[in-house]
Design a protein. Sequence first.
Length: 255
Amino acid sequence: MDSGKFVTAGLVLRQTATKESDYILTVLTADGILSVIAKGARSRRSRYSAACQFLAYSELTVTKKGDWVYLNEASTIELFDGVRFDFEKLALASFFAELTETVCREQWEASEMLSLLLNALYALSALQKPPRLVKTAFTWRFLSAAGFAPLIDGCAICGCESPQQPLLDVHEGVLRCGTCPATAGLSVPLSESGLAALRHILYCPPKRLYSFTIPDQALRLLDSAGETFCTVQLERTFRTLDYYKDILPPEEITL
Ligand SMILES: [Zn+2]
């Protein structure tokens, strides 16, 4: 009986080696996070070792038996070699994967999150977009899609749509002018061009996500604000983000 058998496309966020020659794969699919046992995947003779690698995107044929899902067959769609063989990009993708695992759940509509993650990896791998630009746009858009969108249409205090020296309250998720009275939470600086870029990132069609230009200093501010917003809203730090920042050359480190 193959009643528990189904086919799904998924991206490997994590591979955990077991005592046997197996892997337990943490996979993002359009229907949320799936834990898949890949029997014998660490053996050299395994026919699906490529699909079990970190960041491999494959069509997976699996069987659900009781509480467990087992891998039967895998057909690799994309391996993102341009990321996996680049030390810095691989570290950044590890942060994207940890962020994804933090936000997404099992049996949870995740088609938008999967699409955002695949496009981010493609932007790094094939399009050679600057890592800081991809990191900034992905983090903001991904958090927004996950329900953590900040309100950035205008100043929360005076309503002005074009705040001077704009600040973002990372606890309340609201915008205000630098000259307006403080809101309750911690505020971090954006810049006028950073705010324009953030509006593009949050509201543009997904295909246009990495198609914007911004002065380097404004991008650094927006990147730093995104990290702080992420840490505050999700109430945690990210080991992979700390590692990524550790390996960057000094001039590339966020403010
Ligand atoms: Zn104001």
